[in-house]
Design a protein around this ligand. Sequence first.
Ligand code: FPP
Length: 228
Amino acid sequence: MKKLPTHIAFIMDGNRRWAKKRGLNKMLGHKKGAEVLVSVIKELNKINEIKYASFFAFSTENWNREQKEIDAIFHLIEEMFEKNEQEFNNLNIKFVTMGDISRFPVVMQEKLIKVQENSKNNSGLTVLLALNYGGRDDIAQAVNKLLKANFKSVTEEDIKRNLLSYPAPDIDFLIRTSGEQRVSNFMLFQLAYSEMYFPKYCWPALTKKRLYKALKIYSKRNRRFGGN
Ligand code: FPP
């Protein structure tokens, strides 16, 4: 492929619909979704050009779901690291969380902090996990940091340097599965010039073949960034 994204992002949508279509419990949709997430991380880490991968794992709106479903998602996040942390580290993958994790169960917070700490010197793929994350809130907290530092006016560059994703560059390519065509308050500032792709299949149905097809689609896009 001629051109690959440096920073790729995913809105992992359609876990419940995937399960429902198969007559399965919705929790199984999330379980399969978590397995796909692990495979995608490992596959992207093999591609040298891709340095950053962001995933919308839990939005500020997801708190509105049944407690049982929320607990199941939390459990899957913890389990993902329990089962794979060693391998992720051997593969040199770095993890960063974005969002206010203080509302999560203490054990999960501790796990997430430890995962970041243990992987902070890794130089392979950086995985940015959005947890209790909102794109507008990301911009607001950046501005608040600047106000605290006594800035009288701010530039785009100042905001960029204080986003939760910093130092990751702007997102080159966003994939949202399940056919929904919207960004749902995900990394609004970082998505300004990103190419987008909205395949119809649900997140648990994302295979390696489909991932490479998506990358091929990106490689053919003509990015002009508002110029000629
Ligand atoms: C969207 O499907 C997905 C989520 C709400 C969160 C993503 C969760 C996972 C991939 C599972 C585990 C997470 C991690 C980080 C290991 P949906 O429930 O909105 O499905 P629907 O659109 O069909 O209702």
